[in-house]
Write a protein that binds this ligand. Structure first.
Ligand code: MG
Length: 442
């Protein structure tokens, strides 16, 4: 059996792997994992298959003996936050994050509001294969509806206020953010223009907040003279920004700016694939950077272990440990506005950052050949000199830049990232790396 859980929970296309039947069994497995007692908070994003899958999951949890608190449509960060707040024993979010609308999945959360670790996911898979029969009639769980948005709003509004009245355009991608970010920013005194804010599961743009999907947002920011544009993915654990000139801000640079603000004098966690600009900014402000494996659960675990003040990935998944340990898109938007209070427009802050050139590339490589290719690269990396890191794949750090080579855990490909100060250097090392990884092919 192939592994059910990928880098971010269970994910797949509706009817192709993702079925109510699977969700019924997953729910029962989760109940069994919790020993058949306790409470599970269940929520979903706006996908059309969400209700059907949530109903099946809830049925599974109840039949396994646990109680269910049903939250309905909420962003993933609100579900995670509320799992801890309500004292639930676990959370389950029905979502496929930034994947296309026909996809869905589920991500489990611990009582602390942290994503399940790979070990916990493997345990669920093991129970799933044993196919537990569920609780006796007198132990079947009961369910009830809960409203969790207002407590989340209260917490953010208790902790943050804005002195200035900003104009913000928010693109919710017809996802779960529709219920939170526009309202939250209005409560903070902003003038908000909301785009794609009907939470109906039929997105008016691609759900991944990448520049090619954000043309409308950029145009609206320019036309309306807004201070900031904000976009989220389908479940709102990610945030992307458009500056007041209508440019989608480079994600590594945005990460560095927020890390600089949140991590001044403290510890920041980021992943091995993030730009060197993060160290540059954070270290200048007296902080230090720890790099971890790619994946938000790894960032969350490292944040807790190192008492970090901020953790983030270049995809826009940002963790603010003083509030909670789940990547939080709406909170990210609030923090960006706090940054703008310093008085500088976002475009200026971005343009003042050190400029690096970065190239990311995927090359096809069948699973069976990954190990040999990585061995080849390891030998070459040792010859290059510099610092070697094996936190996730192989990362070589040289004075002029760095190279990261990482085999995908789920697809037949290897990812390469090269970053440096000069374009020729980056091009040369990208070509060299591709050559090294493909010589033994065939
Ligand atoms: Mg997401």
């Amino acid at each position: 059996m192939t592994r059910l859980f990928g880098t971010s929970g269970v994910r797949g296309a509706w009817k192709e792997g993702i079925t109510p039947d699977l969700f019924l069994r997953l729910g029962r497995a989760l109940s069994s994992f919790l020993g058949g007692r306790g409470k599970v908070l269940v929520g979903r994003d706006t996908r059309t298959s969400g209700e059907a899958l949530q109903a099946a999951l809830v049925s599974g949890v109840l039949s396994g003996g646990c109680e269910v608190l049903e939250a309905g449509v909420v962003p993933t960060p609100v579900l995670a936050f509320s799992t801890k707040l309500l004292g639930a024993d676990a959370g389950a979010m029905v979502t496929a994050s930034h994947n296309p609308p026909e996809y869905n999945g589920v991500k489990f959360w611990s009582e602390e509001g942290m994503a399940f670790t790979p070990e916990q996911e493997r345990e669920i898979e093991k129970i799933l294969q044993e196919n537990p029969r569920g609780a006796e009639w007198f132990r079947v769980g009961r369910g009830r509806r809960v409203e969790i948005l207002s407590a989340y709003f209260e917490e953010i509004l208790r902790r943050f206020s804005l002195q200035e009245k900003f104009k913000v355009v928010v693109d919710c991608g017809n996802g779960a953010a529709s219920l939170v970010t526009p309202l939250l920013l209005r409560e903070l005194g902003c003038e908000v223009v909301a785009l794609h804010s009907h939470p109906d599961g039929f997105p008016g743009r691609g759900l991944e907040p990448v520049p090619e999907n954000l043309g409308e947002l950029a145009e609206e920011v320019r036309n309306s003279g807004a201070d900031l544009g904000i976009a989220h993915d389908g479940d709102a654990d990610r945030v992307v920004a458009v500056d007041e000139r209508g440019r989608v801000v480079d994600q590594d640079k945005l990460l560095a700016l927020v890390a600089g603000q949140e991590g001044a004098g403290g510890t920041v966690v980021t992943t091995v694939d993030a730009s060197r600009v993060v160290e540059k900014v954070v270290e200048e402000k007296g902080g230090r950077v720890i790099r971890t494996k790619v994946g938000d659960v790894n960032v969350a675990l490292a944040c807790r272990e190192n008492e970090a003040t901020f953790g983030g990935e270049p995809c826009g998944a940002w963790i603010f440990p003083r509030i909670h340990f789940a990547p939080d898109g709406p909170l990210g938007a609030v923090v960006l506005l706090k940054m703008l209070e310093a008085g500088k427009p976002l475009s200026e802050m971005v343009d003042e950052l050190p400029q690096y050139v970065m190239q990311r590339k995927k090359i096809p490589c069948p699973d069976a050949k990954k190990e040999a290719a990585m061995k080849e690269f390891m030998a070459a990396a040792k010859e290059m000199g510099g610092d070697l890191s094996m936190v996730d794949g192989i990362r070589v750090s040289l004075p002029e830049g760095w190279i990261l080579v990482r085999p995908s855990g789920t697809e037949p490909l290897i990812r390469i990232t090269v970053e440096g100060e000069r374009e020729e250097w980056v091009r040369e090392y990208m070509q060299r790396t591709v050559r090294i990884l493909t010589t033994k092919e065939g």
